[in-house]
Design a protein around this ligand. Structure first.
Ligand code: SF4
Length: 455
């Protein structure tokens, strides 16, 4: 009799492709065009995926490799593609991410880019923009890893300490929505801090309607600000998982001596408190009145909402930082997370979730990392949750379980306004709490034969 496990493949992955995450990070740099060194299909898939979530045009260039280049190497295509992007887009920067194909055939992309930069000329004599290369073998990781690798590559290849100390704060937010990016910039400004948010998706992926189509949308972190990051007073890095070693914050610390503060993403009351306390220290002033008021309103809503949430069981899934943040928030509002799952392989996730839940939740959530939706479904069926919380890829499972799905994170392909979902800070937690309770009430009302009008 065979002893092989009955199930060994991946079915409906709970993660996306690594270079897709890198493209997202590059989209948050002013004037930058993401470029995939690989086949055309990868770029098409990623464009489709991102456009469906953000509802914005997303151009991703490609070196369009075919069978011949798969055998002889993709260098000539890469160089020709870079020339085309420089001439057609007048890009201020190009972010090159590798794909499964070019990682497998072993193209030396940093070497090819160096060679190219030595010879490159732009039509009309314009200066040659920087080309930032990042290795993103999708078979080895997740979109979150690709995102963080690209941020580290941007800092590694562009940051300097050429100027005098500038007193600014580098804020590395991790993979957050454009709405959350806007919020973080607003918070920094309210503390009187000059900050560099890298990347900054607040406008590039949630832009304004224009009479004329622009090849490169406005917004994003200016290149001069990235260059000045080595002269900053501090770096605040939000999120603790899937970072390369060294991470962007570690590069700034080791190369330029910029002190690094590493925090969890501020999702929920306690994590938001930690961020605001950190900003109080760096800003040298107490939390501004309107944010203190938002904290009070959040606490008030916690009290009001508790009767709807006590005893509710949830399954949460997604990127590790989001899962940790959701578990922390749900423990604060009295929801028992019965399963916390991520497609990312992060052995530290279980301990972090237990730490965030202990003392508030009746029991530590079960945590699974490196799982797919088949495995999440197997466990979730036995646990009988009242709600699923995560991206839209859990839709089929929620239907099977006949429970509502609260959509947060990335991607959200079956609802509108994903870029404007805010979860961070006191304001984001309040918004999340409202949606959570209303999602549960809608289901309760729909299932009730009497159809009560007061709930
Ligand atoms: S997983 Fe690999 S082959 Fe598929 S889209 Fe991503 S980079 Fe391309």
């Amino acid at each position: 009799m065979s002893t092989a496990p009955a199930y060994v493949s991946t079915t409906n992955a709970c993660k996306a492709c690594m270079p897709l995450g890198a493209c997202l990070a590059f989209k948050g740099v002013e004037g930058c065009v993401p470029f995939l060194h690989g086949s055309q299909g990868c770029a098409t898939y990623m464009r489709r995926y991102l456009i469906s979530h953000y509802r914005e045009p997303v151009d991703i260039a490609s070196s369009s490799l075919g069978e011949k280049q798969a055998i002889y190497g993709g260098g000539p295509n890469l160089k020709q593609g870079l020339v085309n992007v420089m001439n057609k887009y007048q890009a201020q920067a190009i972010g090159v991410a590798t794909t499964c194909l070019t990682e497998t055939i072993g193209d030396d992309v940093p070497g090819l880019v160096r060679e190219f930069m030595g010879q490159a000329k732009v039509e009309g004599g314009a200066s040659v923009p920087p080309v930032i290369a990042v290795s993103t073998p999708s078979f080895g990781g997740t979109h979150l890893q690709g995102f963080h690798r690209a941020v580290a590559a941007l800092v590694d290849q562009l940051a300097t300490a050429a100027g005098p100390p500038n007193g600014q704060v580098n804020l590395l937010p991790g993979l957050v929505s454009p709405a959350d990016a806007r919020y973080l910039k607003e918070v920094l400004a309210d503390f009187g801090l000059t900050g560099v948010l890298l990347p900054d998706l607040s406008l590039t992926l949630d832009g304004v309607a224009k009479a004329e189509y622009e090849l490169i949308p406005e917004g994003g972190t200016p290149l001069r600000d990235i260059a000045a990051m080595g002269s900053s007073a501090a770096t605040i890095q939000l999120g603790c998982f899937a970072m390369p070693n060294p991470s962007a914050g570690q590069i700034l610390a080791s190369r330029f001596g910029v002190p690094l503060v590493s925090l969890n993403q501020p999702l929920g009351l306690r994590a938001s408190d930690t961020l605001f306390q950190c900003l109080e220290r760096h800003g040298g002033r107490p939390t501004p009145e309107r944010h203190a008021r938002e904290r009070g309103q959040l606490l008030d809503a916690f009290v009001d909402g508790h009767k709807y949430l006590a005893g509710v069981k949830a399954v949460v899934y997604g990127e590790e930082d989001l899962v940790l943040g959701l578990c922390s928030f749900l423990a604060e509002v009295g929801v028992q997370v019965v399963l916390a799952a991520s497609g990312g392989q992060s052995p530290d996730l279980a301990q972090a979730v237990a730490q965030a839940s202990r003392g508030l939740a009746p029991q530590d959530p079960q945590v699974r990392s490196g799982v797919d939706f088949y495995q999440i479904g197997e466990e979730a069926r036995a646990l009988q949750p009242d709600i699923l919380i995560g991206n839209s890829k859990g839709h089929a499972l929620a239907r099977q379980l006949r429970v509502p799905l609260l959509r947060v994170g990335f991607p959200i392909h079956d609802r509108f306004g994903a870029g404007r979902i805010q979860t961070l800070g006191y304001r984001g937690a309040l918004s999340l709490l409202d949606v959570l309770i209303n999602t549960l009430l809608k289901k309760r009302q729909a299932d009730n034969p009497v159809g009560y009008g007061y709930l």
